[in-house]
Structure formats: C-alpha cells, structure tokens
Design a protein around this ligand. Structure first.
Ligand code: CA
Length: 358
C-alpha cells in the first residue's frame, strides 16, 4: 500500500484538517495546531507532502522521522511539529482502518473508553469575576463537573492583576462548591514570587491544579514554584518533542505534563512523551483545545495510559464543527465516550469540508 495524496485544508473555523489517502482507497484524517491554519496547511502541502507520496503509510515511525529530520531547519518548536501532527494522526487513522481496530487498541489497549472531561474556559484577563462566574455556570449547565479557568495573561503581561485573579477564583469556587475540581491557569503570567503567594491562597481554596504559573521558558522559575507549593503544578503545552519534555522534567520538574497532540508531532511523539511521564511518575493530562479530531486523537492516547485517570481538557462541544462528521464525538454528563470504530472513529463529510474551507 502506498500514500497517494496528502491534502491539508485550512478552515474558517480556525482549524487545519489533513486527509491522507492510499492507492487502495483508504483515507485517514488528522488535525494540525490551530496557530495560523493557512501557514500550517501550506507547510503540509508544500514541505511534507513530497516526503510522503509513494511511501508506505503503515511505516509511521519511519515517516515521522523523515518528516522531522528533512524539515528540521524549519522547526522543531512550533509550525513544523504542528504540521507533522496532522499527517501523523491521519497515518494512525489509516492504520486503524486497515486493521479494523481503534487507535487505543493499537497503542496497547484501552484502560477506559468513557473519559471525564473538565471545561477549559479561557480569556480571563479582560473579564470581571462576575463575567467568569457566568461562563462557569454555563459549563455546569452543559454537564461539566470539573472546571479550569484560564487567564491568558502571557509572560509579557506579568503580574498585571493578581488580586483580580484571586477574586475571580474565589467567586468561581463559591459558585461550584467544594467538591468540583477547580484549576487555575495563569498562562505564564506571574513572577516566581507572585506565583508562590497566589498558589498558597489557591491552596486554601482547594485548587485542583495550578497551570503554567510563570514564563514557559523559565524552567528554574517553574521549579521554584513546584518546590514551594503543595498543589500540583502543570506545564508542557509549549514543549513539542520528547527531548524538550526530558529537559522540562529534569529542570522544571512539574507534577503534571501537558503535551498537545496537535502541536507535538501527533500520536507517535505523544506516546513517547507518555512513556517519559510514566517513567518519572508524572500525571499525564494533555493540553487540548481542538474539540473534534484533536480531542479524539488525544483521548485515544490517554485511554491507553494506565495512570491517566484525571479529567481531560475540553473546550466544549462545537455544534458547527460537529456537522463536519458523520458521527461526531459524544459528550454527555461531563464525559466523552470514545468510539470503538476503527482508527479515530471519526469520518469527514467532504461536502461539509468544502463549505468550511477558507
Ligand atoms: Ca494552558
């Protein structure tokens, strides 16, 4: 079997979808990171496609290394692994379809197929505490029983309004009660001392996990925060390869690792990062903001990791995006049930894809 075509399509919905077809008529689907979907689709169609057409789609690890090292000087900290992710996920989808097995089975077998999701609610920086409370209330109404609020400060707006962040977290805790896991994502927006001070107050409010407290590149600073606090500190959405995760673990030592399957080069690399996570006894709670293919790919890996028992990131059902699929992912009572159909378990409606294309 050979790869016949590789086609990435940038969508109006800020997603880049990859379709890989074989000379035997099997099509696999994948998704790239959403950071500038036109650039990503172009990277797949111009830099990666020539490396793939005519090759055996089942030699996934070999093709992954070819993609990485033949385009290495255009990466590997963003666009390159983000584009490779779309292809890699599509290759795993093909492998599933050829063997008739879901991807979690190909990864060693699923420990769970019904996965609790937490609602990841962003854009906190410009909001008032009341505005965030309303968003969280909507998430509870949608069935979520675990929440994360994200500030989206970024390292360039360091320590801008920590008192408002604390008022927001306090108000949300009051709304959800003590039993709902509630996490806080500073999005790299604190200095080390502010992060530690805030973290101690969050701990009094029973915070579930404290995400990216300081600048993503400050591994020594992350370690200071990790050492000072009891709460689990997470990082990893800005690391892309197992080598970067090795350095993150050895230098910053966060409690929770958050690779993103649409950023870190796809399922092939994420499973290797999962092995590191397991080896160093870290919790494995991937970053994920793409509610269809990205979420499905991430959950297939999570399903096959014995210790990945924590609620997983979900930005909520997108009814518009779901219309792209013949049978979309099912979200009910705060959980997603992974389909046991071959591959990812998702099938694209090509007519809808054309309507969504940029
Ligand atoms: Ca985050």
């Amino acid at each position: 079997m050979k790869i016949a075509t590789v086609q990435a399509t940038a969508l109006k919905t800020r997603s880049a979808i990859v379709q890989v077809t074989t000379d035997e008529g099997v099509t696999g689907i994948g998704e790239c990171t959403p950071m500038n979907v036109e650039v990503l689709a172009n990277f797949v169609n111009t830099a990666l496609r020539p490396l793939l057409v005519g090759e055996d789609p089942l030699e996934i690890d070999k093709l992954w290394n070819t993609m990485l090292f033949k385009t290495y000087k255009m990466g590997p900290h963003g666009i390159q692994p983000g584009a490779m992710a779309g292809v890699d996920i599509a290759l795993w989808d093909i492998l599933g379809k050829v063997t008739g097995l879901p991807i979690y089975t190909l990864l060693g077998g699923g420990y769970r197929d019904r996965i609790m999701m937490y609602c990841s609610i962003g854009g906190g920086a410009p909001l008032t505490p009341d505005e965030m409370v309303r968003k969280v209330d909507d998430a509870l109404t949608a069935g979520f029983r675990a929440i994360k609020i994200r500030m989206d400060w970024g390292p360039y707006r360091r320590d801008q309004d920590p008192d408002k962040d604390m008022a927001m977290f306090t108000a949300v805790r009051k709304l959800v009660g003590d039993d709902i896991p509630l996490s806080f994502d500073a999005n790299n927006g604190y200095s080390v001392s502010t992060a530690i001070k805030q973290g101690r107050k969050f701990e009094e409010l029973n915070i579930y996990h404290f995400e990216e407290p300081v600048a993503q590149y400050d591994y020594a600073g992350i370690k200071q925060v990790v050492d000072a606090l009891d709460v689990a500190v997470s990082a990893g959405e800005h690391e892309y390869t197992r080598w970067q995760f090795r350095d993150l673990i050895s230098q910053a030592n966060p409690d929770i690792l958050q690779p993103d399957v649409v950023k870190c080069g796809g399922i092939t690399e994420m499973r290797k990062i999962a092995v590191l996570s397991d080896t160093y006894s870290k919790d494995f709670v991937p970053h994920q903001t793409q509610p269809t293919i990205g979420t499905a790919a991430s959950l297939h890996v999570v399903a096959a990791i014995q210790t990945a028992n924590k609620p997983q990131e979900f930005t909520g059902v997108r009814e518009d995006l779901n219309t792209l699929f013949k049978e979309p992912l099912e979200f009910k009572d705060g959980h997603i049930t992974l389909p046991n159909r071959p591959g990812l378990g998702l099938e694209i409606d090509n007519d809808r894809l054309k309507e969504f294309a940029l």
